[in-house]
Design a protein. Structure first.
Length: 172
């Protein structure tokens, strides 16, 4: 029991040090409103950084980043139509993650990506949605990894509730 307490102290300290990355702040990152609606992008005409809805009629374009809510994510996960990607630091993944998730931490993306590329390619070939998640709705790391994956040509979807919401609803 003493070693478990020590592990929790180490994990807490690591969270304090590593935490989630800095603000995403990238206007070029497409986001959706609510649970799987149209992507939201910076309005080119406004020039003021405000985001406006851009309608989407079909499947996301290569490199597009969208978001989904808990209900839609649960459906995809339950139907095994999602490739779940945990972008939190590896220590947190080791302490617990969404069932079936692979680890692709933001801070070690360059090192971890080559090892996960084949799995991502298989998932896309199988028609699965690449769903990224982080610690919670205040963590921009999923958007940062989504942007890096978009450069590689992948479309991604962000589950913004993250590990915190997943645990709160009892989906350990």
């Amino acid at each position: 029991m003493k070693s478990m307490g020590s592990l929790m102290v180490v994990a807490g300290f690591a969270l304090l040090l590593a935490g989630c990355g800095g603000p995403a702040g990238e206007d070029s990152v497409a986001r959706t409103s609510g649970g799987g609606g149209a992507p939201v992008a910076a309005s080119p005409a406004a020039g003021d950084g405000k985001r406006t809805a851009v309608p989407r009629e079909s499947t996301p374009e290569a490199g597009e980043i969208t978001r989904i809510d808990l209900q839609r994510f649960f459906e995809l996960h339950d139907e095994r139509r999602a490739m779940v990607v945990d972008v939190r630091p590896g220590l947190f993944y080791a302490l617990g993650h969404i069932e079936g998730a692979i680890s692709l931490p933001r801070k070690s993306f360059s090192k971890a990506y080559p090892a996960t590329k084949a799995a991502l390619d298989r998932a896309v070939a199988d028609g699965k949605v690449l769903v990224l998640y982080c610690a919670d709705e205040n963590c921009p790391d999923a958007y940062a990894v989504g942007k890096r994956l978009s450069v590689e040509g992948y479309s991604t979807t962000i589950y913004e509730g993250g590990w915190k919401e997943w645990q709160q609803v009892g989906m350990h």
